[in-house]
Design a protein around this ligand. Structure first.
Ligand code: BJW
Ligand code: ZN
Length: 313
């Protein structure tokens, strides 16, 4: 249970009630209470990989099968997660205040599913459920594809549909092939294995088995923004115009983000330049923003799923 100093709660409530132009910057910590892992720190590993090392065009180029399995797992987790009370509280704030916009770095679809008005929600890093073609000359894309698995080869392996990896006497490639053959042969669903666990073997997939473009047969990819890629231009233009057209911003809520990834993290500084007071809600007492806060700002330490609804009620 997070202990929020009553004086901070009161001063925040007073300022919120007087605020008209408000920004929220969201990160993975917002969805932690919905059971989704964050990127950095504890929980930022997928199998033997640092999650951020898979979120690159280079990783996809090198092993698109592995990267697709990472995203297929994330899609599966997100489809089966539920928005938490913080997602709903932010959606309500948006409905009550047309001068409130949310900049979300999250790709999990939980804010839209909580009913956040779409015209006030800007997905800076895309969505797990947007899919687009990788071919240079093809502009194919589709939105809101929640098919899980997106192709049969990306199904989460289940117990009973293949030999138990802990008892099989096969090793290495042989075991992986046996698992894969069994998965193909027996599509029935047993208890899902945790493919985030590096001890659970996963098949090496070929390009043929991965999602294919219906227009050009090229390889499809998740419509998320990887390191080194430009953020969606139209989204950035809309957000930047909103900021440019604001004579003053009253408040920025910075929720569950390590504020290490740019240009998203830069919006805190931009909002401050427009006069915004900053309220950080984060589990980590040592969040990087803490040292730049002034006595006019707030730092609420704890679970966003618990604190945000309290702050916005
Ligand atoms: C809780 C909690 C609970 C936990 N309650 N809290 C300026 C300076 C330096 C570098 C750069 C710069 N400008 C650009 C760069 C390069 C790069 C970058 O920022 N690098 C830095 C890391 C050094 N940026 C880019 O490459 C961007 N593109 C770009 O700049 O393009 C330029 C260009 C222009 C024109 C043409 C071409 C190029 C793109 C960045 C894309 C980031 N993509 C990812 C993956 C998305 C897909 C996917 O989901 O897989 O986005 S990386 C990953 O990090 C993901 C996240 O959205 C993002 C931010 O992470 P987030 O949300 O902050 O998560 P965590 O895990 O870091 O933090 C969680 C927080 O929650 C922690 O604080 C916890 O304490 C807290 N927490 N439980 C409350 N219950
Ligand atoms: Zn195509």
């Amino acid at each position: 249970m997070a202990l929020i100093p009553p004086a901070d709660l009161q001063s925040f409530a007073d300022h919120l009630s007087k605020s008209t132009r408000i920004l929220a910057l969201l990160g993975a910590g917002l969805s932690a209470a919905s059971g989704l892992p964050t990127f950095r720190g504890a929980g930022g590993m997928w199998r033997a990989f640092d999650a951020t090392s898979l979120a690159t065009p280079e990783a996809f180029e090198e092993d698109s099968g592995l990267v697709w399995q990472f995203y297929s797992y994330r899609r599966h987790m997100a489809v089966n997660a539920k928005p938490n009370r913080a997602h709903y509280a932010l959606a309500e704030l948006a409905k009550k205040n047309e001068n409130f916009i949310t900049l979300s770095q999250n790709v999990d679809g939980l804010s839209p599913r909580a009913g956040h008005p779409s015209e006030q929600l800007h997905l800076l890093h895309g969505s797990l459920f947007d899919i687009r073609c990788t071919s240079f000359y093809c502009n194919y894309s589709r939105k809101d594809d929640f098919t899980d698995p997106i192709v049969p080869a990306l199904a989460i392996p289940t117990e009973g549909a293949h030999p138990d990896p802990s008892t099989t006497d096969k090793t290495g490639e042989e075991a992986t092939k046996a698992l894969y053959d069994a998965m193909q042969a027996q599509p029935q669903r047993g208890r899902e294995l945790d493919i985030a666990d590096p001890n659970v073997p996963i098949p090496k997939l070929t390009a043929d088995e991965l999602p294919k473009c219906p227009q050009c047969s090229g390889l499809l990819r998740p419509g998320v923004i990887w390191f080194g890629e430009a953020l969606p231009q139209a989204t950035i233009q809309t957000v930047n115009s909103w900021i440019r057209d604001s004579p003053k911003i009253d408040l920025i809520l910075v929720i569950g983000t390590s504020s290490q990834v740019y240009p998203a993290a830069g919006y805190v500084h931009t909002a401050r330049e427009k006069g915004a007071r900053v309220a950080v809600i984060d589990m980590d007492q040592n969040n990087v923003l803490k040292k730049s806060l002034t006595p006019n700002d707030w730092f609420f330490q704890g679970d966003a799923g618990e604190i945000v609804p309290k702050l916005l009620e």
